[in-house]
Write a new protein. Structure first.
Length: 406
């Protein structure tokens, strides 16, 4: 595994975006006489953990009661080989999903595998240095696997450890660890999983997945913003728009699906957000298309794009689904990373909140059906909206401070 990590090329290593650097690596100053200190721990393994961390940091900062530090667990606190984990995840998710599934499921079912023992030599010292340097009152983790080590480090500095879950259903056992003070779950199903995995019932509540404020409020009165955003990227506000999200890393399967969409004979336009996958974006731009087709890279106005879309096609990432439901856009899931996304898909399908297209033919059929039936689009969007928890980040921040006596 170390050899595999060492060989990863620089281009697959996730990098910070401009928006991320506003909070990473600094402590924000807020007007409060004795502010609490909070450390939010995430990593760039996909885009969801970073999005959740940003949402929580923003809401805690907005209370005026906290100074916030955001820390990438593996890149800022680890040493080789765990510093390559984000890049390894990107490589596995993009090119070797079956291998990732074996690792994910095998580690979740093997009770003899202790993440503290495996990761401890590479993270324990960094976490202890983090706590000593920041002296936080509370540490908030949005990651699995590291929470036992974080609990040790937090306890050594007299801090609480709060874990905020980002998977809807069928949790990996590495989320739960001894020493965690409280878990916030997105669903009742996830709460039951936490308890089954060893968390005390009184330490787990259900609030939702934290999403940023721009997903929680719709300020586009009369569709003016929608028209402007579509025009800015060369699309027509008068045509039905299909937005395709391929995840932070992108995937080869997405290319086949988008190629099939580009060949349909419908009065549609397709906008694809390719994330960090530059090669995928270039391939999409070269596709023969019978309809307007535009590909973008990593963007920071996803909420605006979701609200501009008539249909969203996406992977089954927990954060993306939560954001889409808050934006009241009908969702078709076209790609699932085996592992955590399988549980997400199972949950939302049980609630009728998405359509699932397991291959490109099914995707074309689903999009064609939604295009032809506005009532069906509205019903699908409404079912998704029933799962939305747009205020979750603010509520989680409030609850964390309440448990600290604020």
């Amino acid at each position: 595994m170390a050899a595999f990590l060492a060989k990863l090329s620089p281009e697959v290593r996730p990098t910070a975006t401009w928006d991320e650097t506003r909070l990473v690596g600094r402590t924000s100053k807020v007007p409060f006489r004795t502010p609490l200190r909070a450390v939010v721990v995430y990593s760039r393994v996909g885009g969801g953990h970073l999005s959740a961390a940003r949402a929580l940091a923003s809401e805690l900062e907005a209370t005026g009661h906290c100074t916030i530090t955001m820390v990438d667990a593996y890149l800022e606190c680890g040493r080789f080989p765990v510093t390559r984990f984000p890049a390894a995840y990107a490589e596995l998710a993009r090119h070797h999903p079956r291998l990732w599934s074996m690792i994910y499921r095998g580690s979740s079912t093997s009770k003899g595998l202790d993440p503290k023992r495996v990761l401890g030599p590479f993270l324990r010292g960094g976490f202890r240095r983090l706590i000593a340097a920041r002296t936080p009152d509370v540490v908030i983790s949005v990651l699995p696997a590291i929470n036992g080590l974080l609990a040790e480090a937090a306890r050594s500095g007299g801090a609480r450890l709060e874990v905020v879950l980002t998977d809807w259903h069928s949790l990996h056992r590495f989320w739960v660890a001894r020493g965690v003070d409280h878990y916030t779950a997105p669903t009742g199903s996830a709460r039951e999983d936490c308890i089954r995995l060893g968390a005390a019932p009184h330490t787990v509540d259900v609030v939702g997945i934290p999403i940023r404020r721009e997903f929680a409020s719709d300020a586009d009165s009369g569709g003016t913003l929608r028209a402007r955003r579509l025009s800015e990227i060369g699309l027509s506000p008068r045509r039905s728009t299909v937005l395709v999200m391929v995840g932070a890393e992108g995937s080869p399967r997405a290319l086949r699906n988008i190629a099939a969409l580009a060949s349909v004979d419908l009065d549609l336009q397709v906008l694809v957000v390719c994330g960090r996958n530059v090669a995928l974006r270039e391939q999409i731009q070269r596709l023969p298309a019978r309809l307007p087709l535009t590909a973008l890279g990593f963007v920071d106005n996803v909420a605006e794009l979701m609200r501009a879309a008539d249909v969203l096609i996406t992977k089954a990432g927990g954060l993306t689904l939560a954001e889409a439901f808050a934006c009241h856009v009908p969702v078709v899931v076209h790609d699932v990373l085996p592992g955590q996304e399988s549980g997400n898909l199972e949950y939302v399908l049980e609630h009728g909140a998405v359509m699932y297209a397991p291959d490109h033919q099914a995707l074309v059929r689903a999009v064609s059906a939604l295009y032809a039936d506005a009532g069906r689009r509205q019903e699908l969007a409404a079912r998704g909206a029933r799962l939305a928890r747009p205020d979750a980040a603010r509520q989680i921040a409030h609850n964390i401070l309440a448990r600290l006596g604020i």
